[in-house]
Design a protein around this ligand. Structure first.
Ligand code: T3D
Length: 261
């Protein structure tokens, strides 16, 4: 049987590839279950120090599968139940994972597929990729965290326009408005992604986890609370072997070797 989520491990990097290219990797139950299992495995595997999420073929992800997920006869359906069962746990899981996730947006990212990309830590698109908050086109509103992530990355004015107009923006426009962090040519895209992923995997894991925790918390905290959190996390990092190694390597003018201790 074809795997809907391909899983590869290259050194300390786990690569998850959505694999329904004929449907632009639209999210059906096989992809949803595959992602849940893949992230559960990553959570439990200390060997994995960075994650790449990408798509097979010309799409990253076209959002909910409108052919199999949504009631084929039309009519009312409890979309909240499906969000509770799949989208919300996935987004929560990605954000809570104490390891960096690169979303490598290789092509079309629409609906929940666009917001799945925004749930990652470092969002990088190929030149031919594009992004659409497609929900409005079918009478829905952004879910999978879109109304949270978008205003924070592109600002309130752009977020409202993107969500309400449902227009497609190019990867270049996404970079210009701050929705993504980097843009690479299509040719050699995954090589460039893997270079960054390996570089992340070589960084001190506790420091990466602390950065992620602090940035996650920053969305809903006061400056006072955030200053306290930074102090608490930095205090813990001060006791790690990787901090000692980083300082020793600086003094000895050699590259640091971080072990995650
Ligand atoms: O319970 C719940 O799950 C509710 C949650 C909802 C969250 C959501 O994500 S709602 C938004 C769902 N997504 C969309 O509305 C996007 C639908 N797709 C499109 O608008 C277009 O396909 C794209 C703009 C993404 C790309 O257009 P284009 O011209 O590059 O490709 P295409 O020809 O439309 O699609 C290629 C194939 O993929 C095509 O199949 P075919 O005709 O060649 O056999 C198309 O049907 C299929 N496909 C694309 N998107 C989906 C899909 N099949 C199922 N579900 C899709 N979302």
């Amino acid at each position: 049987m074809t795997q809907s989520v391909l899983i590869d491990t290259i050194n300390h990097v786990r690569v998850l590839t959505l694999n329904r290219p004929e449907r632009l990797n639209a999210l059906d139950s096989s992809i949803q279950d595959g992602l849940a299992a893949a992230f559960a495995d990553i959570e439990a595997d200390p060997h994995v120090r960075a994650v790449v999420l990408t798509g097979a073929g010309r799409g990253f992800c076209a959002g909910a599968d409108l052919l199999s997920n949504i009631n084929p006869e039309g009519g009312p359906r409890d979309l909240g139940a499906s969000i509770d069962a799949h989208y919300n746990p996935l987004v929560r899981r990605m954000r809570a994972l104490p390891k960096p996730i690169i979303c490598a947006v290789n092509g079309v990212a629409a609906g929940a597929g666009a917001n799945l990309a925004l749930a990652g830590d470092i969002i990088i698109a190929a030149h031919s990729a594009n992004f659409t908050q497609a929900f409005i086109r079918i009478g829905l509103m952004p879910d999978a965290g879109g109304t949270f992530f978008l205003p924070r990355s592109v600002g309130d004015a752009q977020a409202r326009a993107l969500a309400m107009l449902g227009e497609t923006i190019s990867a270049e426009q996404a970079l210009a408005c701050g929705m993504i962090a980097k843009l690479f040519p299509d040719e050699g895209f995954m090589d460039a992604i893997m270079t960054i992923a390996h570089s992340l995997a070589a960084k001190p894991p506790h420091a990466l986890a602390a950065i992620k925790a602090a940035l996650n918390a920053a969305s809903s905290q006061t400056l006072d609370a955030q200053l306290d959190l930074e102090r608490d996390l930095q205090r813990k990092l001060g006791y790690t072997a990787d901090f000692a190694e980083g300082v020793a390597a600086f003094r000895e003018k050699r590259p640091a070797k971080f072990i995650g201790a």
